[in-house]
Design a protein around this ligand. Structure first.
Ligand SMILES: C[S@@+](CC[C@H](N)C(=O)[O-])C[C@H]1O[C@@H](n2cnc3c(N)ncnc32)[C@H](O)[C@@H]1O
Length: 297
């Protein structure tokens, strides 16, 4: 079949199977199969697929119809302008997680053009920041890599309990020549990490098992359960992280982490031993980033 017909029939098939954004998915998987960009697809509508290309495209479409996210099929997801490798061992990085990066940069005195939070931001050291930062539950490494990229003098650590996730994070660091900038640790939250940190940053598991029915089927079926669900309520990992983080931060250091809207109130309460506690909204105005500062001794 010619490329245009192939694309049209894939869009129809994905649409009939109720896959969201059928055109986008059909294009993405065809670009992946042919190793080309979108412009090529539309510049060569009469190009015929080889038998091998045809069967790879069919296999990719079948996986997508089965519900597998396109990112796991292609093995890639973009985050903070970087093309990251992903596999079913790691959560697919989400755009809203970029708010964590923006928040840390803002607190370090690097404006990101975002609405300012109420927390004081001027004490930061800008691009000369030599902050010690740890990303807890690094998954693909997206947060640690973005911060290493933006803060070239900072000391970055990243932890995860999953060895398979750390393997992907290390591969991503190597992909961006950041492997010497980030120290990876396989551990439970902050267990055994040396010294005091200026920032503890995290996108922890925060969905409650009681909310499981409201979670997209694709997420439940294909993303790592331990990356998504924290326990019955959703706050179980955060409730352990907060005291550990306040203990690991230097006085005045910041804990910055992602949350879901349903747990915002409880999280504010859990952060009360710190100061300048704030819950910042995302672009949909949903509570998304929780921050708290360790009090001076
Ligand atoms: C929501 S995912 C976030 C992944 C990545 N940071 C991101 O933003 O896309 C949570 C990550 O925390 C890890 N994790 C879960 N429990 C943990 C624990 N007790 N200690 C360390 N990491 C943990 C999971 O393996 C997973 O990689």
């Amino acid at each position: 079949m010619q490329l245009k017909q192939e694309l049209d029939s894939a869009i129809a098939r994905l649409g009939a199977e109720k896959v969201p954004s059928p055109r986008l998915n059909a294009e993405l998987l065809l670009m992946f199969t042919l190793g080309c960009d979108r412009a090529y697809l539309y510049a060569h509508p009469e190009r015929r697929l080889t038998e091998e290309e045809q069967s790879s495209y069919d296999a990719a479409l079948a996986e997508r119809v089965r519900g597998m996210p396109a990112q796991y099929i292609t093995g890639h997801q973009e985050f903070w302008g970087m093309d990251l490798i992903v596999s079913p061992a790691v959560l697919i990085p989400r755009p809203e997680t970029e708010h964590l990066i923006e928040t840390v940069l803002e607190l370090e005195g690097i404006p990101c053009g975002l609405p300012r939070s109420g927390a004081p931001a001027s004490e930061g050291r800008g691009l000369n920041s030599v902050a010690r930062i740890v990303d807890v539950g690094t998954g693909s490494g997206c947060i640690a890599l973005a911060l290493a990229k933006e803060l070239p003098k900072a000391e970055i650590h990243a932890t995860d309990i999953s060895p398979a996730a750390l393997e992907i994070a290390r591969a991503n660091a190597a992909r961006y020549q950041l492997e010497d900038r980030i120290r990876f640790h396989q551990t439970d939250l902050l267990e055994g990490l040396p010294g005091e940190f200026d920032f503890v940053v995290s996108n922890p598991p925060y969905v409650g098992e009681s909310e499981e029915d409201e979670v997209q089927l694709e997420v439940r079926k294909f993303e790592p359960r331990d990356a998504v669900f924290a326990g019955p309520k959703g706050t179980e990992v955060i409730a352990r992280l907060i005291p550990q983080a306040y203990g690991a931060l230097r006085p005045g250091g910041w804990l910055v982490f992602e949350i879901g809207a349903t747990i915002a109130k409880e999280v504010s309460n859990l952060l009360k031993d710190g100061q300048n506690v704030e819950i910042k909204p995302d672009l949909q105005s949903l509570p998304r980033v929780a921050i708290g500062q360790r009090r001076a001794n």
